[in-house]
Design a protein around this ligand. Structure first.
Ligand code: NI
Length: 400
C-alpha cells in the first residue's frame, strides 16, 4: 500500500507537467511522418530522464528507448506504444493551447498519448528497483495515415534487440466519461479495407438510352447489391460493414457518361469475414456489371487489420485498471468499427489495447474524435499514466 500511495502522490505531483507537455504538442501539431518537432522533444526528454539505447528516426520519425529494471530474475521485455501524429483539421476550439498550425490539429488525442508515455517513462525510471526485465517505450509516426507507421517500425526491427515479449497501447476515449477505463479481450477494433470500382459502359445522349450502356444505372444496382453481402452472406451474430462512400459519374443533365467510379470501405472483425467480403465484393461487382453489359474492375486494398487483444494480457490491463479507477469504473468495451494500426503489433506479439475515458459533459468536453472541437478532460492523463505504469510493472513482475 505504501508503494501505491507513493505512485498516486507522484502522479499528482507530475500531472501539471504531463498536461503542459500535452498542451505543447497540441499547440504544435504535426501530420503523419512530419512529427520532427514532437519526436525531437520526446528524444530530448528521454535523454534527460536517463533512458538507455535511445533510437530516433525509425521509419521516419519513430523513437524507441529502454528502461532496464534493477531486479534479478527473468528478463522479459514489454513494449509500451504511443502515436504522435495529428490530423488535417482546422481547430475550432477557443483555448489558449489551440493549434498554431492552420489546418492541422490533434483531434484524436495523440498529443495526450505522447505526453502520457513520457510520464510513464519517468515513473518507471524511478521504479527500476521494483522490476526485473526491460521496458521499451515506443513513439510512432503516422497512425492516422494508412498504411500507418506501426508496420514500418516493426519492419525496422523494433520488436527485437531486445526481443519484445508483450505489447501494450492505449487510446483516449471521448465516448466514455472521465475516470472510466475500457478493456476487451479478443477482437476490439475492426479491420479497415477500401475499394475502388471502375465501371466502363458506353456513353450517349440521355434521350437515347438504348444506344448506351448506362454506368449510372449499373452503379446504382451495384451500390444496392453490395448491401446484400453483410445482410445475407455474413453470419448475423458476427458483424461487418460495407459502405459505398463515393459515386462519381457524369456532369450533364442530358448525357449518359461512359464511365463511373465507386469508392467505399469494408470493416470486419475476423479474417474469415475479411477474406469472404474481399472475394465477394469483387465477384458481385464484376458479375453484376457483366450481366448488365458493362465492364468493372475492382481495386481492393487492405488497410489496418482487426485489433485483437490477447486474453491473458487483457487480464493484466484489467487488474491495472481496477487498481487505478476501481471496479465501478472498469468497463468491458464494445467492439468498434474504427481501426487502429496498433493491430500490427498485436499480430506479432501478445498484448492488449485499452481505452481511457476523457469525456466531461459538465465542462462541455463532448466532441468526438476527429471533430474540429475535439478536446479532452486532462484529468484523464493521470488515469492513463497510472494504468499504463501498473500494466508494465504487473507484466514484468508476474511469476513464471
Ligand atoms: Ni487515434
Amino acid at each position: 500500500m505504501v508503494a501505491e500511495t507513493r505512485l498516486r502522490d507522484e502522479i499528482d505531483e507530475m500531472l501539471p507537467g504531463v498536461i503542459a507537455d500535452r498542451r505543447d504538442f497540441h499547440e504544435h501539431p504535426e501530420l503523419a511522418y512530419q512529427e520532427t518537432r514532437t519526436a525531437g522533444i520526446v528524444a530530448n526528454r528521454l535523454r534527460a530522464l536517463g533512458l538507455d539505447d535511445i533510437r530516433t528516426g525509425i521509419a521516419g520519425t519513430g523513437v524507441t528507448a529502454l528502461i532496464h529494471g534493477a531486479g534479478v530474475g527473468h528478463g522479459r521485455t514489454v513494449l509500451l506504444r504511443a502515436d504522435m501524429d495529428a490530423l488535417p483539421i482546422l481547430e475550432e476550439n477557443e483555448v489558449d493551447y489551440r493549434s498554431r498550425t492552420n489546418g492541422v490539429m490533434h483531434a484524436c488525442g495523440h498529443d495526450a498519448h505522447t505526453a502520457m508515455l513520457l510520464g510513464v517513462a519517468r515513473l518507471l525510471m524511478d521504479r527500476r528497483d521494483q522490476f526485473s526485465g526491460t521496458v521499451k517505450v515506443l513513439f510512432q509516426p503516422a497512425e492516422e495515415l494508412p498504411p500507418g507507421g506501426a508496420r514500418p517500425m516493426i519492419e525496422a526491427g523494433v520488436l527485437e534487440d531486445p526481443h519484445v515479449d508483450a505489447v501494450f497501447g492505449l487510446h483516449i476515449d471521448q465516448n466514455s466519461p472521465l475516470g472510466v477505463v475500457s478493456v476487451r479481450p479478443g477482437p476490439y477494433m475492426a479491420a479497415a479495407d477500401r475499394f475502388k470500382i471502375a465501371l466502363k459502359g458506353k456513353g450517349g445522349h440521355g434521350a437515347h438510352p438504348h444506344d448506351t450502356i448506362d454506368p449510372v444505372l449499373i452503379g446504382a444496382q451495384i451500390v444496392t447489391a453490395l448491401q446484400s453481402l453483410v445482410s445475407r452472406e455474413i453470419d448475423p451474430i458476427s458483424s461487418g460493414v460495407v459502405s459505398v462512400t463515393a459515386f462519381l459519374a457524369g456532369e450533364a443533365f442530358n448525357v449518359i457518361p461512359d464511365t463511373a467510379e465507386l469508392r467505399g470501405t469494408v470493416r470486419t472483425f475476423t479474417s474469415e469475414n475479411r477474406d469472404l467480403l474481399e472475394k465477394r465484393v469483387d465477384a458481385l461487382v464484376t458479375g453484376l456489371a457483366a450481366a448488365m453489359r458493362a465492364e468493372a474492375t475492382v481495386d481492393y486494398n487492405r488497410g489496418y487489420p482487426a485489433t485483437v487483444n490477447d486474453p491473458a494480457m487483457t487480464d493484466i490491463v484489467r487488474d491495472a485498471a481496477l487498481a487505478t479507477v476501481g471496479a465501478d469504473n472498469v468497463r468491458e468495451g464494445e467492439p468498434m468499427m474504427g481501426a487502429e494500426d496498433f493491430s500490427y503489433f498485436l499480430q506479432e506479439r501478445p498484448g492488449s489495447f485499452f481505452f481511457v475515458g476523457s469525456r466531461n459533459d459538465e465542462r462541455g468536453l463532448v466532441w468526438g474524435h476527429h471533430h474540429p472541437r475535439f478536446d479532452i478532460d486532462e484529468a484523464a492523463l493521470a488515469v492513463g499514466v497510472e494504468t499504463m505504469t501498473r500494466v508494465a510493472l504487473d507484466y514484468l513482475n508476474q511469476p513464471g
